[in-house]
Design a protein around this ligand. Structure first.
Ligand code: NOJ
Length: 576
């Protein structure tokens, strides 16, 4: 196995990289306890190599009580014993690196878990002590100080303030088990720098930064001023004046991280998780003085709508240019409904990606009832849009299982659910367990090859048909489409630019990349003529490339049809 050393040491290796997200507890279980682990990932590194990815992003693997799928971290510099050990981690780094695959790890800087040693110390210490200052504590209101300091709501439902029994409350954006750090505290800042160096010294190539824009808060919890109400707070746009999100002070935090990243060769990279309205401010997280790259989730909100897709692509490429970074394209992750299912819903143009009846996602709440999802169509559309995005300049983030075309599991029994959203937001949002069900590796067998015992989230009986072993043997499978596309994409050379070709058809998007590659996507539910001057199609997102002659139109006489909801890739014939 040889690794291209020049590219390996390049400080810009990530710009066009294909990054594969592993949610470790649901990828592969080597020790048979039902929970995916690091040895499980190690046993599948050749699968990752064959898929053709450049990097893995590993979701949290730290010790955790799993109050929020591992995003409640007990100890930032250790591995959860259910998942492995530091030694296993080192083995994983080396197994990936030997195959030329980089590793990004999740870092969760907005909050720790309530089991973190510093939070336990804070609880054991008196109000206004240095130990409490590492978190955000505030005195309760009312004559007995037993009322929450404000009516602020947590993102997962319920109050954002949790009482600790002595008249004081602590603040948490997410679950009560996830107390927010106080980033105004120098010890907190220093400790995260230590963590960044710790994992960098263990060989990680970069970080995915959880809730990257929430670290700096715009209120001093210990000052007695009256806090605004939730409604007043929400009325302020996210940005410098908002009390929680996207304040200017985050820039200084990430400038400090950048100095650490630049201590390494090649510099460590980071990608900011930013769920926010479209805003040019997002670009600053992606500059080389800051984290280097940012998730622009706008594309997941563009639905299956050609107008919104094109507009979003232009916007995102613009922000990326402004920041000097490259774009990030993503359609699925561990927080949203899998896109093969989203695109199988009747309201396919909708921008909703969350599960729950609040966004017309009633089918996800219906338990045993028949879902209205059209699986075949959802998969067809998912393959088309993924192949379209894969042709764009920028890096691509894939979520484990999307390469199998896995749909969302919508009928998990309530008793099996784990996501705090389900418990805290009941009746409103079923939560994210449906996209976190362990992967099927074989058609049959215990947990479909995930492990030797039952999986920690039950897999439906139909999972076997999506198994890696099954799809590997099918030429037309989604897995083989991803493999073929990633291998072709890896051979594209040229500048990070794109030229739109106007088709005159609002349902047909078409662009050309330097180097002669062209990509066209038909969003319509009927075939459309696509003029091709004799070129042959290199890749079609759906099996069966039609080459019918378009009757009665001389200029298209040697043209092709592009089938409904399909993407084609081809290369200019004059380019060798
Ligand atoms: C974003 C993560 O992706 C999500 O899974 C988690 O629940 C929240 N941040 C809180 O850490």
């Amino acid at each position: 196995m040889t690794v291209d050393k020049d590219n390996w040491l390049s400080p810009t290796w990530w710009r066009q990289a294909v990054v594969y997200q592993i949610y470790p507890r649901s990828f592969a279980d080597a020790n048979g306890d039902g929970i995916g682990d690091l040895q499980g990932i190690i046993s599948r590194v050749d699968y990752l190599k064959d898929l053709g990815i450049d990097a893995v992003w590993l979701s949290p693997f730290y010790p955790s009580a799993l109050a929020d799928g591992g995003y409640d971290v007990d100890d930032y510099r250790d591995v959860d014993p259910h998942i492995g050990s530091i030694d296993d981690f080192d083995q994983l780094v080396s197994a990936l690196h030997q195959r030329g695959i980089k590793l990004l790890v999740d870092i969760v800087p907005n909050h720790s878990s309530n089991r973190h040693a510093w939070f336990q110390e804070a609880l054991a210490s008196p109000p206004q002590s240095p130990a409490r200052d590492r978190y955000i504590f505030r005195r309760g209101t009312g004559p007995n100080h037993d009322q929450a300091p404000s009516d602020w709501k947590a993102a997962f439902g319920g109050s954002a303030w949790e009482p600790v029994g002595d008249g004081w409350f602590y603040f948490h954006i997410f679950a009560p088990e996830q107390p927010d750090w106080n980033w105004a505290n120098p010890e907190v800042r220093q400790d995260f720098l230590t963590t960044l160096r710790f994992w960098s010294d263990h060989g990680v190539d970069g970080f995915r930064v959880d809730v990257a824009m929430a670290l700096a808060k715009g209120f001093d919890a210990e000052q007695p001023e009256i806090l605004p109400s939730q409604a007043e707070m929400e009325a302020v746009p996210i940005g410098p004046d908002h009390l929680l999100y996207d304040r200017d002070e985050v820039d200084e935090i990430y400038a400090g991280w950048r100095r650490v990243f630049d201590e390494y060769q090649p510099p460590r990279v980071a990608v900011a998780e930013l769920w926010a309205e479209p805003s040019p401010r997002k670009a600053r997280y992606a500059t080389e003085e800051s984290l280097g790259q940012a998730f622009f989730f706008d594309i997941v909100h563009a639905g299956f709508n050609p107008f919104k897709v094109r507009q979003t692509i232009d916007e995102v490429l613009g922000w990326s240019r402004d920041s000097g970074s490259s774009a990030t394209w993503v359609l699925s992750n561990h927080d949203i409904v899998r896109h093969a299912s989203r695109f199988g819903l009747p309201d396919v143009d909708s921008d909703s990606v969350w599960a729950g009846p609040d966004r017309d996602r009633h089918w996800l709440m219906t338990g045993g009832k028949e879902p209205v999802e059209d699986r075949c169509r959802g998969l067809r559309r998912a393959r088309a849009l993924t192949m379209f995005l894969m042709g764009l300049p920028g890096s691509l983030y894939l979520y484990q299982g999307e390469e199998l075309g896995l749909p969302e599991v919508t009928d998990l029994p309530d008793a099996a659910r784990q996501d705090p959203i389900f418990f805290r937001d009941r009746g409103f949002n079923v939560g994210r367990d449906g996209c976190r069900v362990p992967l099927p590796w074989t058609a049959t067998g215990s947990s479909f090859g995930f492990g030797s015992g039952a999986a920690h989230l039950p897999q439906p009986t139909w999972f076997g048909q999506y198994a890696v072993a099954v799809e590997s043997d099918q030429d037309d499978s989604t897995l083989n489409l991803y493999r073929q596309a990633l291998s072709l994409r890896g051979r594209w050379q040229g500048a990070e630019s794109l030229e739109w070709i106007e088709t005159g058809d609002p349902q047909l998007l078409h662009f050309r990349r330097p180097g002669g590659w062209q990509v066209a996507m038909n969003f319509a539910d009927q075939a459309r003529p696509l003029p091709l001057a004799g070129q042959s199609i290199s890749l079609s997102s759906w099996p069966g490339i039609e080459t019918a002659v378009v009757e009665g139109k001389d200029d298209l006489a040697v043209g092709h049809w592009i089938p409904a909801e399909t993407t084609y890739w081809w290369r200019d014939s004059q380019v060798s």
